[in-house]
Structures are given as structure tokens and as C-alpha cells.
Design a protein around this ligand. Structure first.
Ligand code: XMP
Length: 476
């Protein structure tokens, strides 16, 4: 073994203030690259964990300018559906709206509407639009043996595919409608514009979007089992990036997986590879074809990898080393795990990361999967490591539903926990971005790129950590 290097965590360091020509803390620009080809408006990525990111989180975060990565611990069909929900959330035109046939039983149509949270357009076998089925049509109806055609609205206002955004706005205003189906000259359904989507677009001017105006979303895959078919289905659904997500990304499994996945994604979908924690790891996964690297072995709030295996690199140093190599290769770094305060985001970006991935800080929000838990009058939500015992058991059951899990075959590298309930994602992200912008102004950096050029750090002691927190006063 070589002599040990000293490795530092976020808490071990502070950034040094520099001369700043930033006049207002609102001025610094937080736009960044997630991957070689994907731009974000804020450097925030939600973790591909089953207590953090499904479509609801991904939609909310993309509206704020970041991106969510849908986790992979579900069937291929469900992961695809989660991606589609994001892609449909606020496109100006929904290319492939949900449809139903006039003869379908109302009970069935109602169940679908509830499941999708959307109205259905009624089309005949030739795909000609014949009606629309919204909540208003079914609210006070007893389903019995009724069919869709018995209750659907047939007086329709439609437009052609060529309609502009302002033209659509006029139609909504003039006809007081909520949905505007688009039809071709023969009356065939070719798209849908909804009033809700237009209003949401106006409210979220900084949303992270693809070139069709749809919200950005990523999705995770593994390196064994159905991962090739899963990737193909996700790409067909319009996913923007594939995260190849394994505990030890600097491995032969990753090399083989990237080679297979690249054949499917081609040049259209970027690949994020992780997790890794060394410069050699970056060099190799980039040589294999990654368009971004995810850095972090063991810094996460629910991780016990370092304790169980004795392996890992404290996160500030891991990001610093990986980012140096990644910058040489022109590939962005995502600092994954260990973010506890907004200041940690500033430190990660100053160390050279282009974005940070967050799990525990988002798990308590309304938008994370799962319901609230009340303990002693206080509200919580569940948060678990994806290598925890419970997550491993659920993974086994998903893969082999007929077999009972042999608990002794599992060595967990994560824990299951609860985190305080926090309300909306927006209320958590706003102070994180406020802290980051303020941090940028202390560094004199107007852009995230400038942060790593201007960032200098000092190591601090326990006394420094104590001094950094509020101290010697009675804080309620
Ligand atoms: P935070 O600190 O934001 O970290 O909660 C989220 C990241 O933690 C990683 N992760 C794990 N690491 N065992 C681990 O060693 C686990 O069970 C586990 N689950 C998640 C992952 O990189 C995530 O983005």
C-alpha cells in the first residue's frame, strides 16, 4: 500500500471569500450542465431512490429548473409510465393523448381516468375524434352498464396542429374550455393542448425542458437482468438520460453495460455512469462512453457502505479529485450524496462538480413517494438506502416473486429511517438556491463554471466547526 492521502468531507472545509463584483445575490446564474448535452437551470438532481423520485418529484423539480431521476426498483412498465407522466406533464402539445373507445364501459374508463389523473379523448376505430370524457361528465353518474358514448361530451371545440401558443390561449379564453383537441383535415386526433399546461408554463419560466418543450427527466437502470430491455423501453418513452446506477461504478460490469446501452441510446440519449470516487474511475467510465459521472461512495445519509466494507472516499476530496479529471475530459460531474445544508452545495460546486444529487433532504417533501407518518404528534416520511435490508428484500421479490427471500444472503449497506415532513419541494429548494447564490457572491462567481476557477478552501478544526454553527446562545 502507498502512504495514505488525507481525504476531507464537506464539514472539514470552508470556502475562502474572494473579491466580488457581484452587486446583488440575485445576480449569479445557476444554469449548469447535467451531462455533455443536457442543460439545467439549477444544479439540482433528485436521487434515484424509491423514497425520493417518481414522476411527482421529477415533475416538480424540472419545473424549478432541475431534474429528477426515476428509480429502477419497479417493473419496466411502471418505470416507463413514470417517465411518460413527466413527459406529458406540460408539453405545449401532447402528441399522444390518452384515448378511449366509445363502447368502453364507464366503470373501466373511470378507473383509467383516476389512475392517470387525466381526461380521456374518445376516438373510434379509425382514430377519429368523437367526444371527450372529463370529470364533469362522470361526476354525478352511476356507472351501471353505461358506456363512454352515453355520457361523453360531443360538442367539441378543436383546432389544427398548426395552432400557435397565443392562438391556443385565445381559444381557451373565447370558448371557456379546458382542453383543446387537435385534429387533421379528416377529423383524426393528432394531439391535445390543455389550459392547465399553458398556465403552468407561464408560472415556471425557468423549467428544465427538452427541445419539444417537455419537462426533462432521467431514469435509472442497473447492470444485470432486464436492463437492456428496460433501457430500450425508457428510450422509446422519451427519457432524456439514462443513469447506470450501481454501487461500484468503476467495474467490468459498468464497462459491459455501457457498451450494450450505447447501442440502444446512440447519440440521442446521454448516459450518466456511477457511482465512482477516484480520478481513474472518471477516466475509465468516460473512455467507455459516459456523458457525465456520478461521484460518491458512501457519503449519503442512509449509507453504511463505508462502515460495512471499509471502502469509500470522503465526499469533498472525492469530488475534487474526480472533477479535476472530468474537466480535462470535458465531462460534467454530479456530486451524489452527503448534502445537508445549502453550504454543502456551494462546496461541491466549488470543488468542481456541475450539479449535486440529493436524497434525504427531499425525502420529507410532499412530492416524494409514500405517505406521511405521525410519531408522537410530529410528521415524518420514510427514507431508506437502496442497499438497506428492506430495499434488498423488495428488490428480490420484484425479480423473483415466487421465491421467499433468504435474509442471511443479504448484507445491507444502507439503513431504513424516517425524515421530518417538510411540505412542498419548492419550500425546500428555494433556501438551497438562496444559499448557493449567496455563496457564489462571496466567491465573486457569476456562474457555476467560475466557482471552481475562483474557489479556494481552508481546512478547519472541530473548533472551526463549532464556531460555524450558532453557539453560546439559546436557540429554540
Ligand atoms: P443523501 O445524503 O442525499 O444521499 O441522502 C443520497 C445518495 O445516497 C446513495 N445511496 C446509498 N449509498 N447505501 C449506500 O452506500 C445505500 O443503501 C444507499 N442508498 C442510496 C445514493 O448515491 C443516493 O443518491
Amino acid at each position: 500500500m502507498k502512504d495514505p492521502l488525507l481525504a476531507l468531507s464537506y464539514d472539514d472545509v470552508l470556502l475562502v471569500p474572494r473579491f466580488s463584483s457581484v452587486r446583488s445575490r440575485k445576480d449569479p446564474c445557476t444554469a449548469t450542465q447535467l451531462t455533455v448535452h443536457i442543460k439545467l437551470e439549477i444544479p439540482i438532481v433528485s436521487a434515484n431512490m424509491d423514497t425520493v423520485t417518481e414522476s411527482r418529484m421529477a415533475i416538480a423539480l424540472a419545473r424549478l429548473g432541475g431534474i429528477g431521476i426515476i428509480h429502477r426498483f419497479m417493473s419496466v412498465e411502471r418505470e416507463v409510465e413514470e417517465v411518460l407522466k413527466v413527459k406529458r406533464a406540460e408539453a405545449f402539445v401532447i402528441d399522444d393523448p390518452y384515448t378511449v373507445e366509445p363502447e368502453t364501459l364507464l366503470t373501466e374508463a373511470r378507473a383509467r381516468m383516476q389512475h392517470l389523473g387525466a381526461a380521456l379523448l374518445v376516438v373510434d376505430r379509425k382514430h377519429t375524434l368523437v367526444g371527450i370524457l372529463t370529470n364533469r361528465d362522470i361526476e354525478f353518474v352511476r356507472d351501471g352498464l353505461l358506456c363512454v358514448k352515453d355520457v361523453m361530451t360531443t360538442r367539441l371545440i378543436t383546432a389544427s396542429r398548426k395552432i400557435s401558443m397565443s392562438g391556443a390561449e385565445e381559444m381557451f379564453k373565447l370558448h371557456k374550455i379546458e382542453k383543446l383537441p387537435l385534429v387533421d383535415a379528416k377529423g383524426k386526433l393528432v394531439g391535445l393542448i390543455t389550459k392547465k399546461d399553458i398556465v403552468t408554463r407561464m408560472r415556471n419560466p425557468h423549467a428544465a425542458k427538452d427541445n419539444k418543450g417537455r419537462l426533462l427527466v432521467g431514469a435509472a437502470v442497473g447492470v444485470v437482468g432486464d436492463y437492456v430491455a428496460r433501457t430500450k423501453a425508457l428510450v422509446d418513452a422519451g427519457v432524456d438520460c439514462i443513469v447506470i446506477d450501481i454501487a461500484h461504478g468503476h467495474s467490468i460490469m459498468m464497462k459491459e453495460a455501457i457498451a450494450k446501452i450505447k447501442k440502444i441510446t446512440g447519440h440521442s440519449v446521454d448516459i450518466i455512469a456511477g457511482n465512482i470516487a477516484t480520478a481513474e474511475g472518471v477516466r475509465d467510465v468516460v473512455a467507455w462512453g459516459a456523458h457525465a459521472v456520478k461521484v460518491g461512495i458512501g457519503p449519503g445519509a442512509a449509507c453504511t457502505t463505508r462502515i460495512m466494507t471499509g471502502v469509500g472516499v470522503p465526499q469533498f476530496s472525492a469530488v475534487l479529485q474526480c472533477a479535476k479529471m472530468a474537466k480535462r475530459l470535458g465531462i460534467p460531474v454530479i456530486a451524489d450524496g452527503g448534502i445537508k445544508y445549502s453550504g454543502d452545495i456551494t462546496k461541491a460546486l466549488a470543488a468542481g462538480a456541475e450539479s449535486v444529487m440529493i436524497g434525504s433532504m427531499f425525502a420529507g417533501t410532499d412530492e416524494s413517494p409514500g405517505v406521511e407518518i405521525v410519531k408522537n404528534g410530529a410528521r415524518y416520511k420514510r427514507y431508506r438506502g437502496m442497499a438497506s435490508l428492506g430495499a434488498n428484500v423488495d428488490k428480490n421479490e420484484l425479480l423473483n416473486p415466487q421465491q421467499t427471500t433468504d435474509y442471511q444472503s443479504i448484507t445491507p449497506e444502507g439503513v431504513e429511517a424516517t425524515v421530518p415532513y417538510k411540505g412542498s419541494l419548492g419550500a425546500t429548494v428555494a433556501p438551497l438556491m438562496g444559499g448557493l447564490r449567496s455563496g457564489m457572491s462571496y466567491l465573486g462567481a457569476m456562474t457555476i463554471k467560475e466557482m471552481s476557477q475562483k474557489g479556494e478552501y481552508v481546512r478547519i478544526t472541530q473548533a472551526g466547526i463549532r464556531e460555524s454553527n450558532s453557539h453560546d446562545i439559546d436557540v429554540k
